[in-house]
Design a protein around this ligand. Structure first.
Ligand SMILES: Nc1ncnc2c1ncn2[C@@H]1O[C@H](COP(=O)(O)OP(=O)(O)O)[C@@H](O)[C@H]1O
Ligand SMILES: [Mg+2]
Length: 340
């Protein structure tokens, strides 16, 4: 790949230093993705400028006009602190006619929220857990068609915000309590889904029109305390000490029949097409004991630190990390030239 000028958009609090030296593990963890992307793009020979933005569009425009980057690497997950504005940043880059990495604005919009994508996918008969949405300030009652246990989540927040062991409820009383907790503590409507007992599978997908499905990845819970349910809570996702203690481990999913593998892979592609995702995405499933892969959520622009699921699954598929980042750049450039 030829040498590119790459403008990396990121959160101003996560502008990475030039080296890990002198930082604690916790500090490194905070900007790990940003560090890995910026340093690896440099190793790949690109000319890289990180730009922290959060409240102003002008610095983006100025940098694009003065420095003339070939592409923007979009690591922004929010604007004005609003996760839902990420689609507007992608739209802005589109209007500036600058190629950018990752998902287009429409895909970001369709995948957002934990209800819309499930409604769209039911048209294509992709199995997903039965659910109901509970808006704020309404009487909270469990619809009888929803069977306990349920998992109660924020409708709009991600990164496991508000997800803990108490999210899974097995009585009506706990259910009402947890919905109220989401309303008051997270400040968003809630969604309750039937809890799918089973394995947690992640499927990375790379591509715009032609999609490449990465090996099926599994999040394993090896030493959970008795009575603890295997769900990806905040601690499971982001606390290295807890991960170590509880044997939280991710790796290639074993013991899945070729038929089931094919079904999951086909369904991941269909999900990307239905939700109009491009660039790179990770589709999350729960595999029930009777072998049905239930769609849980689609993550456009998933986390791509070198140690995370997406990058590991790519390596397992013969795509080393530096190569992965170059492919993500190439997909951004190809989309822009296809639109010309
Ligand atoms: N219906 C469900 N059945 C079983 N586990 C679930 C269900 N929904 C969510 N979970 C668990 O909770 C985790 C976080 O839920 P998810 O919908 O992916 O929210 P987030 O956007 O915060 O990641 C999942 O990775 C999974 O472990
Ligand atoms: Mg998730």
């Amino acid at each position: 790949m030829k040498r590119l000028r790459v403008l990396v958009l990121l959160d101003p609090d996560l502008v990475p230093p030039d080296s890990h030296k002198g930082y604690s593990e916790q500090e490194i963890n905070a900007w790990k993705t940003e560090y890995d992307v910026v340093s690896t793009l440099r190793i790949n020979g690109h000319d890289v400028r990180p730009l922290g933005v959060q409240h102003e569009l002008k610095p983006i425009r100025d940098e694009i006009e003065s420095w003339k980057p070939n592409i923007v690497f979009n690591l922004l997950e929010q604007f004005h602190g609003e996760a839902a504005y990420d689609q507007n940043v992608a739209s802005y880059l589109e209007l500036l006619r600058i190629p950018y990495t990752g998902c287009n604005p429409r895909g970001l919009m369709l995948a957002r929220g934990k209800d819309l994508s499930k409604k769209l996918l039911s048209y294509h008969r992709i199995p997903s857990p039965a659910f109901a949405v509970f808006p704020m300030q309404r009487k909270i009652r469990r619809p009888l068609r929803l069977r306990l246990p349920l998992i109660v989540k924020s409708l709009s927040e991600d990164a496991s915000m508000g997800i803990s062991q108490a999210s899974v409820v097995d009585t009506d009383e706990k259910f009402v309590e947890r919905v109220a907790f989401i309303h008051h503590s997270i400040g968003t409507p809630a969604i309750a889904e039937e809890y799918i007992e089973g394995r947690e599978l992640y499927v990375g997908v790379l591509g715009n029109d032609r999609l490449r499905v990465l090996p099926i990845w599994e999040l394993e819970f090896r030493h959970l305390a008795p009575g603890t349910r295997p769900i990806a809570t905040e601690k499971v996702k982001h606390d290295p000490e807890y991960q170590e203690r509880r044997g939280i481990f991710h790796g290639p999913a074993q013991d899945i029949s070729p038929e089931l593998r094919a079904r999951i892979s086909k369904s991941a592609k269909r999900i990307c097409r239905t939700l109009e995702l491009d660039g790179y995405a990770r589709i999350d499933f729960r595999l029930s004991a009777d072998g049905i892969p239930y769609y849980i959520e689609a993550n456009p622009n998933p986390e791509i630190a070198s140690t995370q699921e997406f990058a590991h699954a790519a390596v397992h598929n013969g795509i080393a990390y530096p190569d992965l980042l170059n492919r993500i750049l190439a997909l951004g450039i190809r989309r822009a030239s296809a639109a010309d």
